[in-house]
Design a protein around this ligand. Sequence first.
Ligand SMILES: Cc1cc2nc3c(=O)[nH]c(=O)nc-3n(C[C@H](O)[C@H](O)[C@H](O)COP(=O)(O)O)c2cc1C
Length: 274
Amino acid sequence: MIIGLLACRIFDTNNGPKDQGKITSSISFKNHVYFPIALLWLKLCRYLFSNIVPCRFARPGPGGGCLARDVHIKMETKMVRILAIYGSPRRKGNTSLLLKRAVQGANEAGAEVEEVVLRDLKMSPCLEIYGCKETGRCVIQDDFQEVYDQILACHGLMLASPIFFYTVSAHTKILMDRCQSLWAKRYWLEKTPIGKRKAKRKGLFIAAGATRGKRLFEGTLLSIRYFFDALDVELWRSLLYRGLDFEGDVLKHPEYLEEAYREGSELVHYQENS
Ligand SMILES: Cc1cc2nc3c(=O)[nH]c(=O)nc-3n(C[C@H](O)[C@H](O)[C@H](O)COP(=O)(O)O)c2cc1C
C-alpha cells in the first residue's frame, strides 16, 4: 500500500511545468491506475509475510513460527476431549496401569484428557429417591456433581475396572448407579426412544481378572454396554485381560500395555473423524 502511494507521489512530482495546470485531473487519473496496483501489492505482502505468526496452539513451522493456515485449521477442528475413569481401589493396579497407557496414547494423539480416580472421590451410592426425574441431575450433593459435568462435556470415554465377583469394582458400580440421573435425562426427560438412537460418542472399557474362565467378562460387558448407553456413549472397544492378579502383574505383559496405548490413540482418531 505504502509503496503504491509512493509510486503515485513520485509519478505526480514528475509532472513537468506544462502539466501543472492539469495536476488535479492527472493525480486522479494516475491514482486510478496506481491504487489498484497498491492494493494488489498489499495483498501479496499480506500473503507472503503474515503467513508466519508465533502461536501456542499449532505445530511449530519452519523457523519456530507456525503457518497461520495451521492455526486456522487447529481452531476450526475442536480438540477431542476424553474422560478417563479409574475404577480400581489400587492406584497402581493392573487396570490403572493399562488405563494410564491408554491416556498416554490419547494425549499423544492430540486429545485433551481429564482423569478421574474414583477412589479419591466422596461419592454416595444412589439413594433411589429419583430427585433426578425433574431435571436429569442427581440431587445428592457430593463429588459426583463434577463427574456428571465431565461426562456430559467429553467427546469420548475410557473406563477401567477390575473384575470383582464377575462384575465391576464397588467404586465403579457406585458411579454407574449415580448415572441413573443420566438415564432419566435421556429416556424420561428427552424422551429418546429406547434402542433407537445410536450414540455419537465412543467408549473404551478396560478390565482385568485373576482367573482364566471363558465367561469371566460376560456379565460385566452387559452392564457396561447398558451403562455406556445411559451416558449416550457406545461401547466401541473393550480390552479384557485374564490371569492378572497381583498389583503390577500387567507389567509382565508389555504387549497388553502397548495395546492399551494403541486403543487410546485410536479412540481419538476415531472420534475426530466421526
Ligand atoms: C473383592 C475381589 C473380588 C475379585 N473377584 C474376582 C473374580 O470374580 N474373578 C476374577 O477372575 N478375579 C477376581 N478378583 C481378582 C482381581 O480381578 C484381579 O486381582 C485384578 O487384576 C485386579 O485389578 P486391579 O489391580 O486393577 O485392581 C477379585 C479381587 C478382589 C479383591
